[in-house]
Design a protein around this ligand. Structure first.
Ligand SMILES: [Zn+2]
Length: 361
């Protein structure tokens, strides 16, 4: 399995072509290990699915992994082992997860399986996942419980925040720059709004896994000359809300604030990605915790992710956004120059995947 991981790291998969090459390598490896594989093509993006226990009556678990990586330095595509560490671009994010899932899939004894297990390997997670994971879900490839093998240090990434994009337009009244009292400055209106936003009730809420939602003032655009009071100011927020929060309520509070401050403000809300809401009472999570305890002799750690991964596409079609988690091996500095994965954690991870798939819910 570690040899497989090294081979995957050598394939420079930071482009569409490179990621497709890595995908074809995975398909051939699985076939040479006796597995039946389906390779799919959407707009030139390749992905593969493989299924075990297809005729079983039970539920379906999906293992999802991506072989595309963010760009790296040339030497990062030559894997390097130092003690328990395997360095390389994608070692942690997430070719280790992929290699372990492939090995676990080969090792999984179909005779002992009472459910269906599907392996999904995709090629565009780092650029949004729209062409592969989202497409697979649209084609009906989904399940009751989904594990995305992102590097989580063998902790269980139970939830993730949702995303709300708010684009606001503040309208003022233009006037000559030498007589600003005759106009209404749209930039100052936007600043007033931004200051007051920090006190809105939604920004103060917390939950079991999160101290607060986040609000990023991402874009601002206004004014073009010194001698004019600006008439228009565009301002955009990237808001990451808690699983318990309703984006409609956030929208409502923002609109109400504009009215309270007596601002001439229009807005559009878009790009809303639902939060991942799996709770620790989910039976698959209970089983996963039991298996982690067994394999690591440690108490499993549950946490909430700040960003979203391909899990969001699977969760969106499950009731209440439940059942899609991030769970993968240990490592560090993914997307950085010293990315590595802990070799022993990859072995442990594979064992956990197999044991979890064999436990009946
Ligand atoms: Zn990743």
């Amino acid at each position: 399995m570690i040899e497989l991981l090294k081979e995957l790291i050598k394939i420079k998969s930071d482009t569409k072509e490179g990621a497709n090459e890595a995908l074809r390598y995975c398909a051939e490896w699985l076939e040479s290990h006796g597995q039946e594989v389906q390779v799919h093509d959407n707009l030139g993006y390749l992905m593969l699915t493989a299924t075990k226990g297809e005729n079983n009556e039970g539920d379906t678990i999906v293992w999802n992994g991506h072989v595309d990586v963010v760009p790296g330095h040339k030497e990062q595509f030559s894997p390097l082992v130092e003690g328990d560490r395997l360095y390389g671009r994608g070692a942690a994010d997430m070719k280790a997860g992929v290699a372990a899932m492939m090995q676990a899939f080969v090792d999984l004894d179909e005779e002992k399986l009472s459910r269906t297990v599907q392996l999904h390997i995709v090629t565009d997670e780092e650029i949004g996942g729209h062409n592969t994971s989202e497409w697979l879900v649209q084609q009906g490839y989904t399940g009751d419980f989904i594990i995305a093998g992102e590097p989580t240090r063998l902790k269980v990434g139970l939830q993730s925040k949702g995303i709300l994009h708010m684009d606001l337009t503040f309208k003022g009244k233009p006037a000559h720059g030498s007589r600003p009292w005759e106009g209404i400055n749209a930039i100052e209106a936007a600043m007033k709004f931004h200051e007051a936003l920090k006190d809105l009730p939604f920004t103060k809420e917390s939950s079991e896994y999160y101290e607060q939602p986040s609000v990023n003032l991402a874009k601002i655009n206004a004014g073009d000359r010194y001698n004019v009071v600006p008439e228009i100011c565009h301002m955009s927020y990237d808001i990451r809300f808690l699983p318990e929060q309703d984006p409609k309520e956030i929208e409502r509070q923002m609109a109400e604030l504009g009215e309270q401050l007596n601002l001439n403000m229009d807005y559009t809300a878009s790009g809303s990605t639902p939060a991942l809401t799996t709770s620790e009472t989910n039976p698959y999570i209970k089983h996963l915790q039991a298996v982690i305890r067994e394999e690591t002799d440690k108490e499993p750690v549950l946490f909430g992710q700040h960003g979203a991964a391909d899990t969001r596409y699977y969760a969106a079609v499950n009731e209440g956004g439940e059942g899609a988690i991030e769970f993968g091996p240990a490592g560090d500095d993914w997307h950085g120059n010293a990315e590595y994965v802990s070799i022993s954690s990859v072995e442990t991870y594979r064992n956990i995947l197999v044991a979890h798939a064999l436990l009946e819910v």
